[in-house]
Design a binder for this molecule. Structure first.
Ligand SMILES: CSC[C@@H](O)[C@@H](O)C(=O)COP(=O)(O)O
Length: 350
């Protein structure tokens, strides 16, 4: 499978969704068939599909599945309850709520039709999927232009922000792909990303598919790599960007940004406009997901912590805007992000 053919989400015209099961990667490539909105919500919750844009796209197709379902309730009631279940699947990535809002607008426009507006909902879900890929390609070029200022250099990335996490190409990994294609990058340092290992299992795999040189290291090696002057840019994605430019992303991003500032490494956040939540004044308002203690206490079936130990397992953190050099969005690049720069970008572009 080449990187360009990695397709984590596929709508099938007989009315079901196929998800590449990311829990089994990199050793097994298995597909999960999803036939209802409830199954789509479970797949998001259980990380069959993950990454902010991919979660939003899956939720949009989940609404289409609900429209295709049959039952005694009105289609309006059925879709309302499906959207509640989808909205409860994961709390941090705002792309999920953005996609549901979009689908809700389609439903509102067809409120009085007798049957659920399946065709219109499917077209909307497909458009969200397509647009995400287009946005990633745009951001890839914009981000690569920034890297060009210090090229050639090695970059560090965290978590997985590639084709697996999006409609294709990727956000931060999309910038890395584009920059590699332009000869601007010498190597990618991927952090393993404890505890779920998105960096080891998914990012290293995606980069290897494409022949982009990648070195995998434990998360705690990042500061040493930066101290040795081996990293030009830290390039990460986002799950939610507040109106003042604070960024929620995979746990560990905050520590990386602090270290980067200390060692003079530039920090780039790559996020489409669907990841911005301009209704939140700052990052303290972003809901942070905590996941199961077992992610820390076990490796597979083996216990690696004493039974019953108290566990703290937040899976995102918030990096203040002051530690970010640039946010790359498909609408444009925001250097030294703050409230006024963000508001200017979105008002200028609509
Ligand atoms: C394009 S992806 C940006 C973020 O969604 C990514 O960095 C991330 O934190 C994903 O977290 P995950 O818990 O794997 O869904």
């Amino acid at each position: 499978m080449s990187a360009s053919s990695i397709t984590p989400i596929r709508w099938c015209d007989d009315g079901h969704l196929e998800l590449l099961d990311q829990r089994a990667l990199p050793d097994r490539h298995q597909t999960l068939v999803v036939t209802s909105a409830a199954e789509a919500a479970t797949a998001i919750r259980e990380m069959v599909v993950r990454g902010a844009p991919a979660i939003g796209i899956t939720a949009a197709y989940g609404v289409v599945l609900a429209a295709l379902e049959e039952g005694n309730d009105s289609w309006q009631a059925r879709l309302a309850s499906a959207m509640t279940a989808l909205a409860e699947s994961r709390p941090t990535a705002v792309n999920l709520f953005w996609a549901l809002k979009h689908m809700r607008e389609i439903i509102a426009a067809h409120q009085h039709t007798e049957a659920a507006p399946v065709a219109a909902l499917l077209e909307a879900a497909r458009a969200i999927h397509r647009q995400d890929l287009e946005d990633n390609l745009t951001m890839g070029e914009l981000g690569a232009d920034l890297i060009a200022r210090s090229a050639p250099c090695a970059v560090m990335t965290h978590c997985n922000t590639g084709a697996l996490a999006t409609g294709g190409h990727g956000t931060a990994l999309g910038v890395i792909r584009s920059a590699w294609g332009r000869g601007l990058i010498t190597r990618v340092h991927a952090n393993e990303t404890r505890p779920w290992l998105q960096g080891a299992r998914l990012t290293a795999w995606e980069l290897e598919q494409e022949g982009i040189p990648v070195t995998l290291a434990v998360d705690s090696a990042a500061s040493l790599l930066m101290a040795q002057g081996r990293i030009g840019w830290l390039v990460v994605g986002a799950d939610r960007v507040a109106a003042n430019g604070d960024v929620a992303n995979k746990i560990g991003t905050l520590a990386l940004a602090v270290q980067a500032r200390h060692f003079g490494v530039k920090v780039m956040v790559v996020a489409p406009s669907s990841t911005f939540d301009l209704g939140l004044a700052s990052g303290v308002e972003i809901p942070i997901e905590s996941r199961d203690a077992r992610e820390l206490t076990h490796q597979g079936e083996r216990a690696v912590a004493p039974s019953g130990v108290d566990i703290y397992n937040p899976v995102f953190d918030v990096t203040p805007a002051s530690l970010i050099d640039a946010i790359v969005c498909e609408q444009g690049v925001i250097e030294r992000p703050d409230r006024s720069a963000i508001s200017h970008l979105f008002t200028a572009r609509g």
